[in-house]
Design a protein around this ligand. Structure first.
Ligand code: HEM
Ligand SMILES: *[C@@H]1O[C@H](CO)[C@@H](O)[C@H](O)[C@H]1NC(C)=O
Ligand SMILES: *[C@@H]1O[C@H](CO)[C@@H](O)[C@H](O)[C@H]1NC(C)=O
Ligand SMILES: *[C@@H]1O[C@H](CO)[C@@H](O)[C@H](O)[C@H]1NC(C)=O
Ligand SMILES: *[C@@H]1O[C@H](CO)[C@@H](O)[C@H](O)[C@H]1NC(C)=O
Ligand SMILES: *[C@@H]1O[C@H](CO)[C@@H](O)[C@H](O)[C@H]1NC(C)=O
Ligand SMILES: *[C@@H]1O[C@H](CO)[C@@H](O)[C@H](O)[C@H]1NC(C)=O
Length: 540
């Protein structure tokens, strides 16, 4: 027996600019960025505390935040501003790039082993690499780095081009110029990166000797004494008397690249960063923190020509989620929830869901506090969540013919706007929904998925071009059409019904539709409790 639950979703693809809900990619990235609990499976749980390391723990001398930031730089550093090739595109995931001398060490595979796990059908690995740097810097004492989404994963390695410590200053200036950074930006960016981590003995035996320390088993010569923390190198990384940076005061002058880079403008840039940073950036904006925030953002936003990034993703004030439909006879069960961010506190708040139907009427229903209630995330944003519908958790019973076109949310009599502060409508798609008659054949372990297509969808607001079952495997999606829309049978005034049998274990199957040229995931089919009802009952 394979018990099933159907998760209905109604997400649509949306353009990348001007982020209004819904957008599958940006909605996911927004959650990754702002719904931070630092508890597993959250990305931040891998860098909390900041001396966490993927394997071997803190006694190794290494740390995930350092690996993650270095990985983003090495992935980006292949960029060629003249021809638009290279950039932050996850090409560092290819073994061929990791085998190059310029990418010595296992920090890249360690990083990808964690961050790529947060990629999905909608979120690229390159976006998770960028996200890793944003998290590591912000979580470990640094500034917030404005984050844009939409990086595209390379399909093959880029040309080499990451600077190495034994190269000349001139070659480093030329290399950063090719990547799109001036000499002053190079100095600052290296200082921003080299506040984390250090140089390991094993990949760099010419720079660091073996260190006999049971608290530093991988012999890492740290850049400073606060190597798991973003700061302005309080101990000074330009003065040989006060720094321990192995790329400044290393025994082998050939590889003292930071010394050459930091002093390359007569120390002007480093002095300005160092002195400005006497003031704590935690209390007031400080030059080192603000310079690093904008330069690291530019590093993360350096992408191959043709890749269009979104606007900076800021937390959505109103974010519906888990929108689900189930057609049950003439009733369309509608469930979902909504997250509000940073509401003023009000114990007597009246929260309403309002919606327009296909027949031009307006309805409303009281929003109920959801089980998640009010929750303060790690970075201080307070989420207040409500769910749609009544005490039975079955959601709101809509008349199938009337259906729903869009939602609005009202708090204490005031309509809540989307992020643009103008839009009060949240579009909802009920053209293709799952039917509650979907069931499971025990004799041959086959799920019968019944899909209802709105009759008016073909002519009016939307037209359904195709319906398909897809197997979703992180970054690849395999689709197979299972029927053509115009051979359907009418089952009630509003909907026609289609069926497809899915044999075997229906893990990660989506029922999808193309509506008005836009692909929509109608239902996720997963093998979890409660069980899909047996088909036998409706046959008897
Ligand atoms: C000329 C430019 C640069 C050179 C020659 C250079 C060289 C190095 C070397 C040799 C290491 C030791 C790596 C290891 O042992 O795993 C290192 C570590 C590191 N680099 Fe750079 N780097 C440069 C620029 C940058 C930039 C621009 C960033 C980021 C903004 C950065 C971020 C890091 C970080 C975070 C580490 C610590 C890695 C760890 O401890 O796992 N580097 N760098
Ligand atoms: C210094 O580094 C260079 C470049 O990696 C290397 O060729 C040389 O052998 C090193 N010298 C010492 C003393 O380790
Ligand atoms: C490493 O340190 C331990 C304890 O301090 C000492 O007994 C041992 O001889 C050292 N080994 C080397 C190779 O220096
Ligand atoms: C390792 O770190 C622990 C905790 O900070 C400390 O008590 C111990 O003395 C350290 N051991 C060595 C060999 O430095
Ligand atoms: C830059 O600073 C370093 C370290 O303090 C010093 O050795 C060097 O002479 C300075 N260079 C200039 C041009 O001031
Ligand atoms: C909600 O619906 C009720 C009943 O139809 C109606 O009287 C009321 O005016 C509606 N509220 C709003 C805010 O539209
Ligand atoms: C499974 O059994 C049902 C009912 O017996 C049948 O309709 C369906 O075609 C079968 N599916 C497969 C894949 O054999």
């Amino acid at each position: 027996m394979f018990p099933l639950t159907l998760f209905l979703t109604s997400t649509c693809f949306a353009t990348v600019h001007g982020y209004l809900w819904p957008s599958p990619m940006l909605d996911e990235l927004e959650s990754l960025l702002y719904e931070i609990t630092a508890q597993p499976p959250d990305m931040a749980s891998f860098i909390s505390p900041c001396d966490s390391f993927i394997s071997g723990g803190i006694q190794t001398g290494r740390s995930n935040p350092a690996d993650w930031i270095r990985t983003a730089y090495h992935d980006m550093a292949t960029h060629n501003i003249a021809d638009g090739t290279g950039g932050l595109d996850a090409s560092i995931r290819f073994a061929e790039e990791q085998a190059r001398p310029e990418n010595a060490g296992n920090g890249f595979s360690n990083t990808l082993g964690v961050v790529a796990g947060f990629s999905s059908r909608y979120v690229s690995i390159a976006d998770t690499i960028a996200l890793g740097t944003v998290m590591a810097v912000e979580f470990c004492g640094g500034p917030r780095i404005p984050f844009r989404g939409g990086r595209i994963d390379a399909t093959e390695p880029n040309l080499p081009g990451v600077p190495e410590p034994d190269q000349t200053l001139d070659s480093h200036i030329a290399s950063f110029a090719r990547q799109g950074f001036t000499q002053q930006e190079m100095i600052t960016l290296v200082a921003c990166g080299h506040t984390f981590g250090g140089v390991q003995h094993e990949p760099f035996p010419n720079i660091v000797h073996e260190i006999n320390d049971s608290n530093n088993t991988q012999s890492v010569a740290h850049f400073d004494t606060t190597n798991i923390h973003f700061d302005n190198n309080r101990y000074g990384n330009i003065s040989p008397a006060r720094t321990q940076n192995p790329l400044v005061v290393g025994f082998n002058d050939t590889t003292n690249s930071d010394k050459r880079i930091f002093s390359s403008d007569g120390n002007v840039t480093m002095r300005s960063l160092h002195y400005a940073a006497k003031f704590s950036f935690a209390n007031s904006p400080d030059l080192f923190a603000s310079s690093c925030s904008s330069l690291l953002a530019r590093m993360l936003d350096t992408v191959p020509r043709g890749v269009v990034l979104s606007d900076v993703i800021t937390p959505l004030p109103v974010k519906p989620g888990n929108i689900q439909f189930s057609l049950d006879g003439d009733v369309l069960q509608f469930t979902g929830n909504v997250r509000f961010f940073n509401l003023p506190s009000n114990t007597n708040r009246i929260a309403l869901l309002l919606w327009d139907d296909h027949l031009g009427a307006t309805h409303n229903s009281t929003l109920l506090p959801s089980l998640a209630g009010t929750f303060t995330y790690q970075l201080g944003d307070v989420a207040t969540t409500y769910r749609f519908g009544g005490d039975d958790f079955r959601g709101i019973a809509l008349d199938a013919a009337a259906g729903i076109v869009n939602m609005q949310f009202m708090l204490d009599g005031k309509l809540q706007t989307q992020q643009d502060e103008k839009t009060v409508d949240f579009a909802v798609q009920d053209s293709v929904v799952l039917s509650s008659t979907s069931c499971f054949y025990g004799n041959n372990a086959t799920a019968r998925i019944d899909v209802a297509v709105r009759l008016s969808a073909k002519t009016a607001a939307a037209s359904v071009k195709s319906l398909y079952i897809e197997i979703e495997d992180r970054s690849s999606v395999t689709k197979s059409d299972f029927f053509a829309v115009d051979s359907s049978a009418k089952v009630n005034e509003a909907y026609t019904m289609w069926s497809v049998n899915i044999p075997g274990s229906p893990f990660n199957r989506n029922v999808g539709a193309e509506i008005d040229g836009v692909e929509v995931v109608v239902a996720k089919v997963m093998r979890t409790l409660p069980a899909l009802p047996s088909c036998d009952s409706d046959e008897s």
